[in-house]
Design a protein around this ligand. Structure first.
Ligand SMILES: CC(C)(COP(=O)(O)OP(=O)(O)OC[C@H]1O[C@@H](n2cnc3c(N)ncnc32)[C@H](O)[C@@H]1OP(=O)(O)O)[C@@H](O)C(=O)NCCC(=O)NCCS
Length: 157
């Protein structure tokens, strides 16, 4: 599936190594590397997870991974290559993944970020996410994290 105006497409296994490398460099730096190629491949194959990318397998500009549950979706990872940041690519990817959640009837999207990640906190705030909890050892017991969420529609009773 390709979104013609944004260049966003669903990832294939050919993208897995590039996504894993970007996760290590841009998201998991200073922590253990948990999103290695095998885990990314499993996410790509998982029917309840969308792995969306911008760019070709050898020239990925960005990727986002969201898993969809009955009532909430979880944005697991989102990253834009440094040289390509602040051009709206992260926003386009997030909106694409959120639209799938809306179509799936999901109530809310949840995501976590490092407490010290000011860029991510500003980005999510700009997209209507509110900060709901701070957890001191969220990342490997060594770094504080913040849980954010965005309601897409009112909760069912
Ligand atoms: C967070 C991230 C995905 C944003 O992607 P992006 O493509 O640069 O974001 P956009 O260009 O769509 O930015 C949209 C808005 O978010 C806010 N924003 C984005 N980056 C920001 C920054 N570094 N500082 C402050 N606000 C920022 C701004 O309001 C921006 O609008 P503006 O550029 O008109 O001011 C990107 O910085 C990134 O990949 N960071 C490293 C990985 C990461 O932290 N991922 C999130 C946690 S999993």
């Amino acid at each position: 599936m390709i979104a013609a105006d944004t260049g966003i497409r669903l990832a294939t296994v050919a993208d897995a190594a590039g996504i894993a490398a970007m996760s290590r460099q841009l998201i998991e730096h200073g922590l253990g590397w948990s999103w290695r190629e095998g885990r990314v491949r499993r996410a790509i194959a998982d029917r309840r997870t969308n792995v969306a990318v911008v760019g070709g397998p050898r020239s990925l500009a960005a990727f986002g991974i969201m898993s969809y549950g009955e009532r909430h979706a979880h944005l697991l990872l989102l990253a834009v290559r440094r040289e390509q940041q602040r051009r709206g690519i992260g926003s386009a990817l997030l909106l694409w993944l959120e639209q799938v959640a809306v179509l799936a009837g999901v109530e809310r999207v949840v995501v976590e970020a490092r407490l010290a990640n000011d860029a991510a906190r500003c980005f999510y705030s700009e997209h209507g996410y509110h900060e709901r909890a701070i957890e001191r050892g969220m990342y490997g017991g060594i770094e504080a994290g913040i849980a954010l969420e965005k309601w897409l529609r009112p909760a069912l009773a």
